[in-house]
Design a binder for this molecule. Structure first.
Ligand SMILES: *Cc1c(COP(=O)(O)O)cnc(C)c1O
Length: 414
């Protein structure tokens, strides 16, 4: 008799995005003349850079000729792309010790963030800084590590709440809190906050001292402009002995629909199996990929390679500047109405709370009904987020500036 994975039944429906979509639809039907501006979107609005499209066309043509056809590729990714990543994102930035052999090309960050759970031994307790991107918690619950749900928490997961009083900086686990594997995301989605090298070093030191593994999601690395903010966890001393870094081309090169990213599992990452024998995480992740994955398409990897040409890098710089101009406008509009604002400097997310006692959904409704602007309720990322809203810089410049002008006239709505 087949029995379905009970954990699917224990995971609450994710109502966040469906509730947002439904409320927008109802509002549009009731107010057909009003033009809703979507500031809740996590998808990008700019198309692929021209050099990326050209690379895809060339690669597609190669696939149509027997002399240049590519069948199954290496599960870890083609050397040309792994090498471009290692050279451009690590070596040329002064990060030594990361080479092509440490890079695994993926079909995006989300799948790897969830799939990495395959290499956790049984009994490993995850720790998640909240508010958080939902995959970290949900993938652990599906793998049976959630324990019992109790009042917005899971007994099997250590929650490390980042709070407004401390500018949403992540609190290190205190004595008595187990954090065998720690999820960190910087620049952060949803709060837009970043970690200084000092602070990041404290997490690395904690992991080294406690033999914990850090999974570092740096999907927004390219948005960092403040000097001194680390772009990679490997800028911290010793991180190559305790951290896996997960990156994505989605938010920088418009790859949300193309699907490509990479995961760095340094060969220096050594832990043990339960029987005490040594486990190279690079080797076991490679084994996992070879068992369950057949690699990213050739055409897609050639497209990703084009991001690393000088033309590609210039295109990324322009994309990031475009979205950050939007984010800066949003940030000033919100400061202008006296809101508490976090983020929006080194990340395309602005996290804010107007001076009011309303909860996230009440704020969401006000903003939608009185300014026709949609947002994402902060409570959807964890209960610390209640009372806050997230706006993104991913819409077009024209609609963002229209939204800002509406924001500047809504002083009294909250
Ligand atoms: C968008 C996003 C990702 C996922 O990106 P894909 O590569 O498209 O799967 C991962 N982490 C965070 C924090 C994100 O916001």
């Amino acid at each position: 008799m087949f029995i379905a994975n009970q954990n699917f039944n224990r995971l609450p429906e994710s109502y966040l995005f469906s509730d947002v979509a439904r409320k927008i639809k109802d509002f549009r039907e009731a107010n057909p003349e009003s033009k809703v501006i979507r500031m809740d979107i996590g998808d990008v609005s700019l198309p692929l850079p021209e050099c990326v499209v050209e690379a895809m066309i060339r690669a597609a043509a190669e696939m149509g000729q027997s002399a240049s056809f590519h069948g199954y590729g290496p599960e870890q990714g083609y050397h040309f792309l792994r090498e471009a990543v290692a050279e451009t994102d690590y070596r040329s930035r002064g990060i030594k010790g990361i080479s092509a052999d440490d890079i695994f090309i993926s079909d995006g960050a989300k799948s790897d963030l969830a799939n990495l759970g395959d290499i956790f031994g049984s009994g490993v307790r995850p720790a998640v800084v909240t508010p958080a991107y939902p995959v970290y918690i949900d993938s652990n619950v599906l793998a049976g590590r959630g324990g019992i749900p109790e009042n917005g928490r899971w007994s099997g997961i250590s929650f490390l709440p980042a709070r407004p009083e401390s500018a949403f900086l992540p609190p290190l686990p205190v004595d008595g809190v187990t954090a065998d594997v720690i999820y960190l995301c910087y620049p952060n989605n949803p709060t837009g906050t970043v970690l200084s090298l000092d602070k990041l070093q404290k997490w690395v030191d904690y992991a080294l001292a406690n033999k914990s593994l850090i999974i570092y999601d740096s999907a927004y690395e390219a948005y960092i402009s403040t000097p001194g903010i680390p772009h990679s966890i490997y800028e911290a001393e010793g991180a190559d002995k305790c951290a896996i870094e997960v990156r994505s081309f989605s938010k920088t090169a418009g790859f949300t629909g193309v699907r490509c990213g990479y995961t760095v599992v340094p060969r220096s990452l050594e832990f043990t199996f339960i029987d005490g024998t040594k486990a190279s995480l690079n080797r076991i992740w490679c084994r996992r990929q070879c068992t369950k994955f057949n690699g990213v398409g050739y055409v897609v990897q050639r497209a990703a390679e084009a991001i690393y040409t000088s033309e590609g890098r210039e295109a990324i710089r322009r994309n990031v500047a475009y979205y950050m101009d939007n984010t800066t406008l949003l940030r000033s509009a919100l400061l202008g109405i006296g809101a508490d604002v976090v983020g929006g400097v080194d990340a395309p997310y602005v996290w804010f709370r107007p001076k009011s006692e309303l909860d996230s959904w009440q704020l969401f409704d006000r903003l939608l009904h009185r300014a026709a602007i949609s947002s994402t309720p902060g409570v959807g990322f964890g209960k610390e987020g209640d009372g806050w809203l997230r706006l993104t810089g991913f819409n077009t410049a024209a609609l963002t500036s229209e939204a800002c002008s509406r924001l500047s006239h809504i002083n009294d709505i909250f």
